[in-house]
Each structure stands twice: as C-alpha cells, then as structure tokens.
Design a binder for this molecule. Structure first.
Ligand SMILES: NC(=O)c1ccc[n+]([C@@H]2O[C@H](COP(=O)([O-])OP(=O)(O)OC[C@H]3O[C@@H](n4cnc5c(N)ncnc54)[C@H](OP(=O)(O)O)[C@@H]3O)[C@@H](O)[C@H]2O)c1
Length: 338
C-alpha cells in the first residue's frame, strides 16, 4: 500500500478513536442505549396504548416513569404502599397528558405481602384485560458498614428487593406467556453489577435479581415475544437515600447529605423509556466515572477490584463524615447537610 494511503488511514483511525473517546467521556449510558435513544423507535410509537404496571410509582424514579410513559400514551397501573401519593401521581398524569381517568389504575400494593400478589395481578388484568409491561421498580437501598449491621437488615433487603420482585413476576409472566408477548423490566442498579461498599445487602439483592433474570431469560426462548430487561442506574436524584436501611431495621438515616451531584430523575427515566421502547435486554445508566467503572468491572475484573478498593475507601470515608456516600468523588469534605 502506498505511503500516502497509509497516512490517511492512520489519521482517519485516530480521529475515529478520539471522537469515540470524546463521546464516551460525555456519555451517561452504555453504547447500545445511546444508539437506541438516538436512532431507535421513539417511545410514543412503541408504547402508545400499552398497559404498563409500575411498582414503586409513588415517588422517585417510578413517579417520573409514570409521567414519561403517560406522555408516550401508555395506560398505567400504579402501585406502591402509599395510596394518597399514587392518587397524586395519577392526578398529575391526567392533568399534564392526554390520558383519561379510565387509563390509569391506582392499585396499592406491598411488595412484602406476597400472599396478596395473585389477587393484585387479577385486579390489574380484570381492569385492563392484559398487561404489556411490568416494571419492577419498588425497592430500598442501604447505608451502613457490614460489621455494624444486623442480619435482619439483610433479610429485609432480600425480602423486598429480591423476593418481592420475583413474586410479582411469578404472577405476571404466565399471563405474558399465554399472550405471547410482553416486557418484564426490572430496575436493578450498577450495584447489581459491581460491589458497592456501605450497601453490601443492597448490592447482594440486586446481584440476586441479575442472576435470577439472566437465568430466566433462556428459559423463555419458547416465547420469543417476551423481553427480560435489566435497568442498571448509577446514582440518581430520588428519596432513595432518605428511605435507605441503616444498621438496624427500624432506624432511619440521620442525614441523607447533598444529593444534587446525581443524575436527574428526568434524564435517567428518558434513557430508561428509550431502552424499553427498543426492548433492550440490559441498560447501564450513569454519569462518569461510574460508567467507566462498570465497563472496567465487566471487561477487566482485576483492575476493577483495585479501583473498587480505591473508590470504596473514599465512599466509606465520606459516609463517616456525614456526606452522601457518592459525593466523595466530586466534592471536598465539608460540614454535614440535612
Ligand atoms: N436513586 C438511585 O440512585 C438508584 C440507583 C440505582 C437503582 N435504583 C433503584 O430504583 C428503584 C426506585 O428507587 P428510587 O430511587 O426511586 O427510590 P425512592 O424515591 O425511595 O422510591 C422507592 C419506591 O419504592 C416503593 N416501595 C418501597 N417499599 C415498598 C414496598 N414494601 N412495597 C411496595 N413499594 C415499595 C416506594 O413507595 P411506598 O413507600 O409508597 O411503598 C417508592 O415508590 C429501586 O429499585 C432502587 O433500588 C435507584
């Protein structure tokens, strides 16, 4: 090959690498999701008229998801324990978007009350006749060192985040198999892919979900119309820290710290909805450095273990100083906030 052609190819390749690097530095989700968000099917095309059941719809990510799905024209089943908060979310959906009263069902539900799940699923099916998508979103996090934490906290995290989700899925999946289509989406976490200090039990419950659904997916090859979708966000603005388990089951966190450095709820849900509209099997949603970290965790585990110790010790140090655990990477230590 001529020297001139080689030179052009070299510079073209270098430019491509630099462009990709620039995109990655600015990215807030994995490459597949970026592609789906930019070039994929738009949510109002894919989701209009679909029946979507959201657990944990009374606040945070679930509430915002209800709004963005309502904007896309989906019909909704809203579940969580706080009925008044669900009614407020329903009212907002009706006032802001084109849905009618009959398009949104408020269905109070406790994920821990597994005996009630068959009857709740029946109620949703009786009302709408079908369920196109289940979003397993309800859950709680954890802040506390393992050595200080009661085993009951670990049991509670597994009962809620893992078994509660498995139980609802167990009720909805047979209906989707009969129907021949559907999406079971679960809000896992980057903590379901990588170990997260101060959240050993939370991380374990999300790893359990990843294992469960990754094993379930190949059991469903006879039902190709069903998608199992795992959504793995990094830190996102919500009430998750305020609602987190601590060292004891009945003790709440004394200070949630400043949460403003986190990804906005709106942006996280925009990406989630784009992924759901395109039936992605897994989504990683986070700003840097967490996004880079999860790629390293996936492809270079030895380096990841080294980085986990570095970042993890900062996280613990920050927690002990009364700051939000994740703000350690972005701010200098300062006095406690509420
Ligand atoms: N925010 C983040 O940084 C982040 C990052 C990764 C993953 N996630 C995941 O995102 C999901 C939503 O969390 P969020 O950030 O939106 O937190 P959030 O603001 O605390 O919302 C949690 C939701 O879960 C519901 N919930 C809690 N216990 C429940 C129970 N026993 N039965 C039924 N619903 C229950 C709550 O409703 P009620 O209190 O009314 O029951 C609420 O609607 C969780 O699975 C969380 O693990 C969050």
């Amino acid at each position: 090959m001529e020297e001139g052609v080689c030179c052009v190819l070299f510079w073209a390749a270098l430019v491509c690498v630099l462009v990709l690097l620039g995109l990655f530095i600015r990215a807030d989700c994995d490459f597949t999701l970026q592609w789906a968000k930019t070039f994929g099917t738009k949510p109002d095309v894919a989701l209009r008229g679909k029946v979507v059941w959201i657990t944990g719809a009374s606040g945070g990510i679930g509430e915002e998801l209800a709004y963005q799905l309502a904007a896309a024209g989906a019909r909704l089943v809203l579940s969580a324990r706080r009925e008044a908060a669900l009614e407020r979310v329903k009212q907002n959906c009706l006032e802001r978007y084109t849905l009618e009263d009959k398009d949104v069902l408020v269905l109070p539900l406790d994920l821990l009350d597994r005996a009630s799940h068959p009857e709740k699923t029946e109620a949703a099916l009786r009302y709408f006749g079908n369920i196109d998508m289940l979003v397993n979103n309800g859950g709680r996090s954890q802040r506390g060192l393992f050595v200080d934490t009661d085993v009951e906290v670990y049991q509670s995290l597994m009962e809620l985040n893992y078994l509660g989700t498995v139980s609802i899925t167990k009720q909805v999946l047979p209906h989707m198999i009969r129907q021949g289509s559907g999406i079971i989406a679960t809000v896992s976490s980057l903590a379901g892919l990588a170990g997260t200090p101060l959240a050993t039990g939370y991380s374990a419950s999300k790893h359990a979900l990843q294992g469960f659904f990754n094993a379930l997916r190949p059991e469903l090859t006879g039902s190709p119309g069903i998608t199992i979708s795992m959504i793995c966000p990094g830190p996102v603005v919500s009430q998750i820290v305020q609602n987190a388990f601590t060292e004891h089951v009945d003790k709440s966190l004394s200070s949630a710290g400043d949460q403003t450095h986190k990804m906005s709820t709106e942006r996280c849900v925009q990406l989630m909805v784009a992924g759901l509209a395109n039936q992605l099997k897994e989504m990683w949603i986070s700003h840097q450095p967490f996004l880079l970290f999860v790629y390293v965790w996936q492809y270079m585990p030895t380096l990841a273990w080294y980085l986990t110790n570095k970042l993890g010790s900062k996280r613990v140090q920050n927690f002990k100083a009364g700051l939000d655990a994740d703000s350690a990477y972005f701010t200098k230590m300062k006095a406690k906030t509420t």
